[in-house]
Structure formats: C-alpha cells, structure tokens
Write a protein that binds this ligand. Structure first.
Ligand SMILES: [Zn+2]
Length: 244
C-alpha cells in the first residue's frame, strides 16, 4: 500500500512535469516533443539533472543554471498538484490501472483549467483525449451511454441559456467537460456535480461581475468533478438522503 502511494507520488511528479510542457506549448501551437526542454530566457537546453520534477527546482534555487533567470513557480506547483492528484486517485480506487487512468484524466483537466483561465479557450487535443480516456474509466458501454446523455443534455441547456441570456452562454468545451463528468460519475452524481460547480462558481461570478472580467467555467466544472469523485461515497449518501 505505502510503496504504491510513493510510486503514484513519483508518477504524479513525472506526469506533472509533462503537463507543464503541455500547458506552456500547446496554446502557442508548438510541438510538445521538439525542441527538448530549454530555459525560456537564455534558450540553453537543459541537462537531465536540471529537469528532475520538483527536485531540480529546489536544487537550483528556482533559477536557471546558466543565466540565473527566475523559473516560474508554476512548474513546481503543477508537479506537486499532479502528485497529489495521482496519490488521491490511487487511494480512491486501490487499483493500478484505474488509479493511473483517473490520475491522467484529472491531470489533463487541470491543464485545461489553467489554459482556459489564461487564454479563454481550450485545445481540443487535450479535452478530447480526456473524454476518450474517461469512457474507459468504468463499464465502457455504461460510460459511453452517460457520456452521450450528458453531452446532449448540456447542448440543449446551452441553447436554452443562450436564448434567455440573449448571448452565447457556455462554451463548446464546457459540453465536452460535461460529457466527461457523465462518463466518470454516472447520472445521479453527474447531475449533482454540475449543480455543485455552479454553487462553487456563483460567489466568484457575483464578485467579479462588477469588474467586467470574463471568468472561465471549466475550472469550476473540473474542481467539482474532482471533489465529487474523490468523496463519491459521502455524496451518494447525501443524495439518497435528499431523495428520501
Ligand atoms: Zn537561462
């Protein structure tokens, strides 16, 4: 058990390091393979020991080895968050396969949230990968069924909300995230997660609305999905209590 937790912690750090590459390069339309990792300031390629997740950042004191330019704290923060995600999905599933699969899905959703927050649009390459993987997170036919149901339901909801709001509400990417929620959580918990995401977003929207800043919705959908997934047992109890 503990050996696996450490293994998942390390896997999370390594995948988090890859996530940084995705977050940094995909919105700019750059290749995620070439060129190899380099300093953003002096462009010198990094040696392997400059590139160890988290530890290199600490070892180098958060600065480039060559030009001493500060390295963004986003790098170690994403790596630690990813490690935390992988450990939590392993503890939740107690399964090597499911733990890794869900870890990768939530990591991709984390990348999507950050990209959405920064650029106000999300790359389909990441959202569709996450959606495809999420169909394999449980019984495939059932997951596929719920995926289509949530994608369709959310599309209709988008028409209604846009009609009453008299402007385009909910992005196309939100529909893909809703489909992922359906695949992973199923119908009852999935509906609850979408409701819960609105509850999470409401105070932020009310606060920011006055300042006229656009707030992306994907981070809230993602956060809600993660919380409801990790505490699904508790939320199931809550839901059955509400229904009865
Ligand atoms: Zn440098």
């Amino acid at each position: 058990m503990y050996a696996y937790i450490i293994l998942f912690g390390i896997l999370g750090l390594v995948f988090g390091s890859f996530l940084n590459v995705l977050i940094y390069r995909i919105p700019k339309g750059e290749s995620i393979v070439f060129p190899s990792s380099h300093c953003q300031n002096c462009k010198k390629p990094l040696k392997w020991w400059h590139n160890i997740p988290l530890f290199s950042y600490l070892f180098l004191g958060g600065k480039c080895f060559y030009c001493k330019e500060k390295i963004s704290t986003q790098y170690p923060l994403i790596e630690v968050a990813s490690s935390f995600i992988f450990i939590s999905t392993y503890i939740k599933t107690s399964s090597l396969y499911e733990g890794i699969l869900l870890g990768v899905i939530f990591d991709l959703l984390l990348a999507l949230s950050i990209i959405d927050f920064r650029y106000k649009e999300v790359p389909d390459s990441l959202s569709l990968t996450a959606l495809t993987l999420s169909v394999f997170s449980g019984n495939i036919l059932l997951s596929l069924n719920n995926t289509l149901l949530f994608a369709g339901g959310f599309t209709l909801l988008r028409f209604y909300v846009s009609y009453f709001a008299k402007k385009e509400a909910l992005g196309e990417a939100d529909i893909i995230i809703a489909a992922i929620i359906g695949a992973i959580l199923g119908i009852k918990l999935g509906f609850f997660a979408i409701f819960f995401s609105a509850v999470l977003a409401l105070p932020v929207f009310l606060f920011i609305e006055k300042k006229d800043i656009q707030i992306p919705f994907i981070p809230f959908l993602t956060l809600s999905l993660y919380i409801v997934y990790i505490f699904s047992t508790q939320f199931k109890q809550l839901i059955s209590w509400i229904y009865e």
